[in-house]
Structures are given as structure tokens and as C-alpha cells.
Write a protein that binds this ligand. Structure first.
Ligand code: TYM
Length: 329
């Protein structure tokens, strides 16, 4: 199993936690797991090198704070495993231009900045993501809903390569937990929670102070009416709050709805604000502790990269062989 989350902000947010990290942690006992920080993906948009380095450490600390256990899973930085870039080049040869052009994330991002200021790297980004996954012969890729199309592309590339050059790659399945596949912005509960949303008022970062969290939850956009019930179309705001409540407590939505029967939206918000503030408060403390020992983070990442390279090098070797490259002595 393999997954990653881009180091493109000073903190991950609740959407990343519920859509991805929570699944990663739950699955690491059952699977041989690889979790990585895709820094090569992060340079496909404008960025600052010093900030990227800092954000990569923050990412490592937050993976660990979420519960990724480096004794059970390989935790590494993508650029420390050169096979990712090497395999991406080979896969570029079996990717259609039209196929890559249909990736909605590319279309959204390039529409935002205009095609002249979008990089070629942003366009080929999904091919690198396919390489990330296929190098480890991953069976499952736990991600949020927004990554489904990229995993579909990965499946197509794997099948095509296998068909043309002989059985080489495992064809991966996306692993998307429906209840938390898409956590929405608190201010605009029809848009996904995302670090690139214009306003940060609806995005709960995992390093927010308990006070900031409480404010964001209490000022969340709710819907007309006053009955607390789960209905994505009619009550997107309340439904999002209920999803977060359920994800945090592991209680089914119906039980939470029953618990708040006859109560107002405000009651739900106050209870949820307390829960999220406690969770994020503890998460932030743990992250800061981990960030205090960079030497230890470097050690964990080096160990993860060594584990990753063992598997990645074997796959790349097979790919080079199948591709017809002279392997030398
Ligand atoms: P990224 O960095 O945008 O997001 C990391 C993970 O968080 C999930 N996610 C969400 N889940 C639920 N609700 C939300 N509001 C929400 N926002 C984000 C994402 O679906 C993702 O699982 N291209 C990837 C990174 C990547 C990758 C990979 C992932 C690179 N190579 C290989 C898996 C396998 C990305 O940009 O995710």
C-alpha cells in the first residue's frame, strides 16, 4: 500500500487527516505500507525553496503525529528515492497527450493561473503520481475523492504497460472511505476543504490553536431550517459538521443525530468545537515536539528511504529490462 500528501502548506488540514491520514494509520497493521512526502510534485507550482524544506519537515512530523509508525511503515521523502523520477519518464512514453489533458485537477489548477504560467510539470504531475504508486506494486491507494481520477489513470498506464511489454505492474485499487472521502469547507460547504481556498476561515489546520478552531467551527455556515439532520443536498453545512463529528468520535451519524434531537445547530457547533479543539490542540503539541528534533526526523526519513529504495530499485530494474534498455555488466 502506498500514499502521499503534498508539502505545499505550513500544515495539513482536517480534510487531509480524515480523507487520508486516518486511513493510513488504520491500514498499516494489515499491509506493508509506504507513506511519502511528494516534494517533487510540490515544485510544479511556484514555490520558495527554504519554505519547501521547512514544509517537508512539518509534513514528516504531522505524518508521525497522526500515528504513522516508522517501525511498521516506510516513511520517506520522494526526492530521496530517485527511482520515482526515473519511472515517471518511462511512463510518459505510454501516456497519451489527450489522456493527460483530461485530468480535472490539472484543468482546474491551470485555469486558475492561466496556461502561460502553468508549468509543464503541472501537466505531467499525474504521470509522476502513477510512478509513485507502481514502483511499490501497491494493491491499494488510500486517498480522498479528489485523487480518484489520478488513480484511474495509474490503473490504465499499468494495464497498458503490462499489455505491451509483459506483466510488470500490479494494477492498484483506490481505497476511498465514502464517509470521509470529501470534507467540505466550513464557510462554503459545497467546496472541498483545501489549503488553496481563497479564505482560510473555513479550513481547520492541524496546527491551529484551540481558540482558532473553536471560532472556525462556531462561525461555520449552516443551512436554513433548524432541525439537525444529515442531508447533503438540502443541508450541506450541517451534514459536513456531522461528518466531522462522526469521523472524530467513530460514532455513526444516526447516533449523533439522535443525540442532538430537539437541539439547535448552535448546540452541535459548541459540542463539535470542543471536540475538534481538543484533537487539534493535542495534534499541534505533538507536531511541535517532533519538529524540535530534526536529527531524529532525518534519521526516520533516511531509514524510510532505504526501505523504499529496495522495493523501488527492483521494480525499476524490471521496467528497464522490459523496456529494452541495455543493462550493462
Ligand atoms: P494532496 O496533497 O492534495 O492531499 C493529500 C490527501 O488528502 C486528501 N484530501 C482530502 N480528503 C477529504 N476531504 C478533503 N477536503 C481533502 N483534501 C485533501 C487527498 O485526497 C489526498 O489523499 N496528488 C496527491 C499527492 C500524491 C499521491 C501520490 C497520493 C502524490 N503521489 C501517490 C497517493 C499516491 C495530492 O495532491 O494530494
Amino acid at each position: 500500500m502506498l500514499s502521499g500528501a503534498q508539502p505545499t502548506a505550513d500544515s495539513y488540514h482536517l480534510g487531509n487527516y480524515f480523507g487520508a491520514f486516518k486511513q493510513w494509520v488504520a491500514l498499516q497493521d494489515e499491509f506493508e505500507a509506504f507513506y511519502f512526502i511528494p516534494d517533487l510534485h510540490a515544485i510544479t507550482v511556484e514555490y520558495d525553496p527554504a519554505q519547501l524544506r521547512e514544509r517537508t519537515y512539518i509534513a514528516a512530523a504531522q505524518f508521525l503525529a497522526a500515528g504513522v509508525d516508522p517501525d511498521r511503515s516506510a516513511l520517506f521523502v520522494q526526492s530521496q528515492v530517485p527511482e520515482h523520477a526515473q519511472l515517471a519518464w518511462v511512463l510518459g512514453g505510454v501516456t497519451g497527450f489527450g489522456e493527460a489533458s483530461r485530468m480535472t485537477q490539472f484543468k482546474d489548477k491551470s485555469a486558475r493561473s492561466g496556461s502561460d504560467s502553468s508549468s509543464v510539470g503541472l501537466f505531467t504531475y499525474p504521470i509522476l503520481m502513477a510512478a509513485d504508486i507502481l514502483l511499490y506494486q501497491a494493491d491499494r491507494v488510500p486517498v480522498g475523492e479528489d485523487q480518484r481520477q489520478h488513480v484511474e489513470l495509474t490503473r490504465n498506464l499499468a494495464q497498458r504497460f503490462n499489455h505491451r511489454f509483459g506483466e510488470t505492474f500490479t494494477v492498484p485499487e483506490p481505497y476511498i472511505v465514502k464517509a470521509t472521502a470529501k470534507i467540505y469547507d466550513l464557510q462554503d460547504p459545497t467546496a472541498k476543504m483545501s489549503g488553496s481556498n481563497q479564505s482560510h476561515a473555513g479550513v481547520v489546520d492541524l496546527t491551529d490553536s484551540p481558540k482558532q478552531v473553536a471560532k472556525k467551527i462556531k462561525t461555520a455556515m449552516t443551512d436554513s431550517g433548524s432541525v439537525i439532520s444529515f442531508d447533503r443536498d438540502e443541508k450541506p453545512g450541517v451534514s459536513n459538521l456531522l461528518s466531522i463529528y462522526s469521523a472524530l468520535t467513530d460514532e455513526p451519524i444516526e447516533a449523533i443525530v439522535a443525540q442532538f434531537e430537539g437541539k439547535q445547530y448552535g448546540h452541535l457547533k459548541v459540542a463539535l468545537a470542543d471536540l475538534v479543539a481538543d484533537f487539534v490542540g493535542a495534534f499541534g503539541d505533538r507536531t511541535r515536539e517532533l519538529l524540535d528534533d530534526r536529527g531524529e526526523l532525518d534519521r526516520i526519513l533516511a531509514q524510510g528511504a532505504a526501505q523504499a529504495r529496495e522495493v523501488a530499485a527492483a521494480t525499476l530494474d524490471l521496467v528497464y529490462e522490459r523496456s529494452g534498455f541495455v543493462r550493462g555488466l
